[in-house]
Design a protein around this ligand. Sequence first.
Ligand SMILES: [Zn+2]
Length: 649
Amino acid sequence: MLINLQSILLINKMITNLQFKALRKFFQSYSSKIQELENYKTKFEEILKKESSPQQLDNLIDLYHEIYPVFEKELWESDYFDDMLKLYQNLFQEQELLIQESKFGSNHKKQYDFILSIPIADRPEHLRGCLESIYQLCSLYSYGGYTSSETGNGFFSKITVVIVEDSKEPQHIEKDIELALEYTQKGLRVHHYGLEEQYQLMMEIPEGIREEVSSIIGDPSTEKFFHKGQAVTRNLSYLKALQLTSLDEMPNKDDVLFYFVDSDQQFRVNRTTANGDEYVYGLNYFYYINHLFCNKDIAMLTGKLVCDPPVSPSVMSGNFLDDIIAFFEQLSEQKPEGKCHFHPVSKVKPDDAAYHDMAHLFGLGTLRKTYDYCCSMQTKHDHVACLKTFSNRINYFFFGEHLTRKTYFSHMGPFTDITPARTIYPGNYITTFDGLKYIIPFGKLRLRMSGPTAGRLIQSEIGERFASVNLPMLHARTLQSDFKDEYRPGVEDNLNHIDLTDEFERQFFGDLMLFTVVRLCKSDIDINDYNVKILSDTFAIVEEELLELYEQKHNNVLLKCDALTELLNNKKFWWNQNDELTDSMTQVHQFIKSVQYNFDEQSNAYQQIQSEQNRQTRIKKMISSLLAYRNDRDAWDKMLVLLAEKSEC
Ligand SMILES: [Zn+2]
């Protein structure tokens, strides 16, 4: 493109007007603390001295990019986080103004558009939290800029959100539609992708292909169209995302990144402070993801979740019991009226191995046996109050809260660093159009561990083009406003019936599927050569191993329940000598009862796993799904190409 005088003048005017307030403030306030800053400052002054040109603009944009890792290191390690965070966000806003201007010059800095898909099933309040976090992220970091309009209804230029409806209740659907409107008015482009429209888009797929992909997106003739499950709903959202890229006002499919997010998550992370935990908008997801896809050959990128990782209580009971025993042992050494002692200055952050009673199955070595309870009370209090708070929350374990093992965001180096992935986090992954091929399959089997299983298959197919980045999303059960309604403490009947049978069954067979796939991927057998014999043999080996492990685990959990009960009932400890604590102790005993109810040999859960007949039925279905995988995927790929061609007409 010819660089004309007018664009040079525009650049000159822009650079003069910008003043670089944030950048200058950073140099001024932090040069004494960060050694490298002096060099960057000199570099900045030198660029400014040059004549205005698109090159000058580019150099400035790059300078911000080079400074970010230095800033981030200081931000996450220093004691002045709040001051720095505001400045950090301002730096990105400033850089974004330069990027916007650079589009008039010769060196267009590529910025992908993002289409975010959020499936929602009868939880409008989760959706609100998620949308609000996207809105905040856009406002605070300005990725892609803002398109103003004369009518006043401007919007964030590069972000589109698709709410993928999976609710049953009409009033919830109504609420989701209202939310779409509310956030559109605020400047987010939000589409509500309703049940009727899902049906119509499915019917637009030619009949033959539609039948072939029914294991992936369901069958419109039998589908109820609500509560289809996360996997099917998410896959259906691909159709809408592709349709959007065919619209005139939207970019071409090759300029779009497809971002898949769960509605109970938010675009922020947690950190610990002297005043308790806080949730912050500390990561510029869109900026870094864009950068990664522009500079590396990635088809699919995934990030983790922090705070309460969605791990089934059925594989965490043993770990949690260890932590509770440790907590009561520590309590026994403290005076009830003594100042609460469960507020460590620096918390021990759990690693991946902390989230599965059988972590060694994943090749993960457990570094610690127990994790300390970190008390969340902020006003002055004693151990009686601490114990009361703890027992009040203990049963939330069955609904996904990890009282003793919350994960925290940890800064581990530049966000431009990636590592090869082997697990896909279904609520936090991003693909190019090409990456849409790699779905999370087997949704109909309703197994847990679908992310790690899909991850292994994708990894074996595309290797390092499937990558992981340290840009986790927040999954905090306590932030979910309806969380407490699910559980009613004190209602004894309810408590006695915390039944994990379904969870257990799905976890056991999910583990069986996963470790069979792991074994198959490690062997040299090509997926096209899978047959019933190979699969049955592999399933049989893994089944035997797992059954033994599950049995050991069951016994261990029951033994731990006994140990905890003995500790609790010991009359010499102060928690048995204080009437104020009667209710609290009842809550802890109820927790143990629920665990025993589910782990006992007579429990439904255990019976389901022990039943030879149930296992055979399950394995048969898993074998058919694995055998069909390659064909299903081929049909899916064919459908994507067809839809893309159609959208380009
Ligand atoms: Zn405390």
